[in-house]
Design a protein around this ligand. Structure first.
Ligand code: FMN
Length: 503
């Protein structure tokens, strides 16, 4: 009896010791937030192969990011190369399976990663954009510590950090990393008391040296055409300051912008922002819907003789902190189709050399980057993969304020688990290794620079017996073709598009 008592006391003391250690260690946010019990997660991860079937049966792998991709992101964030043993587990004969075409004569991998110089003829401060950057996620959706670590990572690695539509907070400035300032329909950080665009505030903030580019958000893939609402209870003093709204009052992002109502007005607004920003690059972000509306916007560029410096295409597979299921699953073009449409529309209108194209939607590996470059992008952005580099375990509690890893919560207690210094390095590691892998893939394809990539280099299984390249599968317009002689079926959409109305 006494022995059992002693054993129990020993176990209790051991657990208390473990709990204290969990609370003070910095590496694992889950253990910091859930001392002792948090170990169960790592225990299950450790014996993964044995319990794999259990999880597969419960649709674990049906989540947005499959386990292998997540595991590679974690490894790379921690400084590893993310190498995988044994060989592919994918079904390489599956219809729809895609693969890159390597060369019999690989070239040397360049010493420096490629960048895309963003800035058209009307821009006086072009910005060299990295191949992979932090996609828009606002302070509010993310915790202060998450924003700080992302910005610190961007500074360490020399890539860009999109602020998201919630304005520029002190946390975005803390790391000194390059910022893409996103302006949504709520004009947060540059808005009048009644919610319209305020040029004076915009000019003041855009002058900040850390702000390298401005991005007007039209829509995002997870909820295209839907506005947003931040309940008053969540509008803390810090969030209110970043957004330029009163503390404690519900603030609304309408579905549509009030600064423009036609394609011509959108392009005029962009030109005005560039002027107010002292010549910094200005672009817009959208999830593509109607080809007619896209072409109407391109016609407005042709008519006005000015264009955005960049367009970011978000795929319907993109992530969000919270969105209606219907919009997540069933509205908007997947990235592959939206991206090819934007690229072709710009090529066809003769505007492609001056407008850079960014792409976002589940970009998380070197393959994803190269594939998107082939489909028409100049660079890519990632949101959820960056969250995983911060330690996201895909608990999918972003909308409840109860994120177990301290990433998507405003709870001071939960976010204290996210160690900013440690995660800053992880964000840098993940970006650096992933871009290095993309560079290595391009070298294996015999490509000395991304302009040499072409649609013959990406292939897809189209039946059990055949694969075909993107050059064969899709239509690729010639420079200026839409202006000279639009081919079928682009001709119908081109004829229907007017620069003076969206629809
Ligand atoms: C937590 C979270 C917050 C986001 N907030 C914004 C936002 O403020 N503005 C925006 O344009 N997109 C926002 N997005 C969308 C991302 O910027 C990106 O377009 C999309 O998630 C696709 O990238 P992913 O598949 O790499 O996550 C958010 C995404 C997440 C996951």
């Amino acid at each position: 009896m006494r022995a059992a008592g002693k054993a129990l006391a020993g176990l209790g003391a051991g657990l208390v010791g473990l709990g204290v250690r969990d609370l003070i260690q910095r590496e694992h946010a889950v253990q910091r937030n859930y001392p002792v019990v948090g170990h169960l997660r790592y225990l299950l991860e450790g014996i993964r192969p044995e319990i794999q079937q259990y999880f597969i049966e419960r649709n674990w792998d049906g989540r947005p990011y499959d386990r292998d991709v997540r595991s590679v992101i974690y490894q790379r964030a921690k400084g590893g190369l993310g190498e995988d043993p044994f060989g592919t587990e994918l079904d390489v004969h599956e219809i729809g399976y895609e693969y890159l075409v390597h060369s019999m004569a690989p070239v040397a991998v360049p010493d420096q990663p490629f960048t895309a110089l963003v800035g058209g003829p009307d821009c006086t401060k072009p910005y060299p954009m990295a191949l992979l950057n932090v996609s828009a996620m606002s302070f509010g959706a993310l915790s202060a510590n998450a924003v700080r670590a992302l910005n610190g990572g961007a500074a360490l690695g020399g890539f860009a950090h999109d602020t998201g539509e919630g304005g520029i907070s002190d946390h975005h400035r803390a790391g000194g990393g390059d910022l893409v300032w996103e302006i949504g329909s709520g004009y947060f950080g540059a808005r009048t008391a009644d919610g319209h665009f305020d040029p004076a505030q915009f000019t003041d903030k855009a002058a900040d040296d850390q702000v390298k580019c401005i991005l007007v958000k039209l829509s995002q893939g997870a909820k295209p055409g839907v506005g947003g609402l931040l309940p008053g209870a969540k509008v803390t003093a810090e969030i209110a300051q970043a957004r330029g709204v009163p503390v404690g009052e519900t603030c609304v992002s309408p579905a549509a912008h009030s600064a423009f109502t036609t394609p011509v007005e959108l392009i005029e607004f962009i030109a005005r922002l560039r002027e107010l920003a002292g010549g910094k690059p200005v672009g817009f972000k959208l999830c593509v819907g109607s080809r007619v509306e896209l072409l109407a916007t391109v016609k407005a560029m042709v008519k006005l003789g000015t264009a955005p410096d960049f367009i970011v295409v978000d795929g319907s597979e993109g992530g969000t902190g919270a969105a209606p299921l219907e919009f997540e699953n069933s509205v908007g073009l997947p990235l592959t189709f939206g991206l090819m449409d934007v690229h072709n529309a710009l090529v066809g209108a003769g505007l492609r050399p001056q407008v850079k194209v960014g792409a976002s939607g589940k970009v998380s590996t070197g393959t994803d980057i190269v594939k998107r470059l082939i489909q028409g992008a100049d660079y890519t952005n990632a949101a959820r993969a960056m969250m995983m580099a911060l330690g996201c375990i895909q608990a999918q509690r972003c909308h409840t304020n109860k994120c177990p890893t301290g990433i998507t919560t405003q709870s001071a207690w939960r976010q204290r688990a996210l160690d900013v210094d440690l995660k800053t390095v992880r964000v840098r590691n993940f970006q650096q290794t992933t871009v290095a892998e993309a560079m290595r893939i391009m070298a294996a394809m015999g490509v000395a620079d991304p302009t040499r990539l072409n649609p013959t280099m990406l292939r897809q299984n189209i039946s059990a017996a055949r694969s075909a390249s993107y050059a064969e599968l899709h239509q690729w317009l010639e420079p200026g073709e839409l202006l000279a002689d639009p081919p079928h079926p682009w001709a119908t959409a081109w004829a229907a598009a007017s620069p003076d109305r969206f629809h």
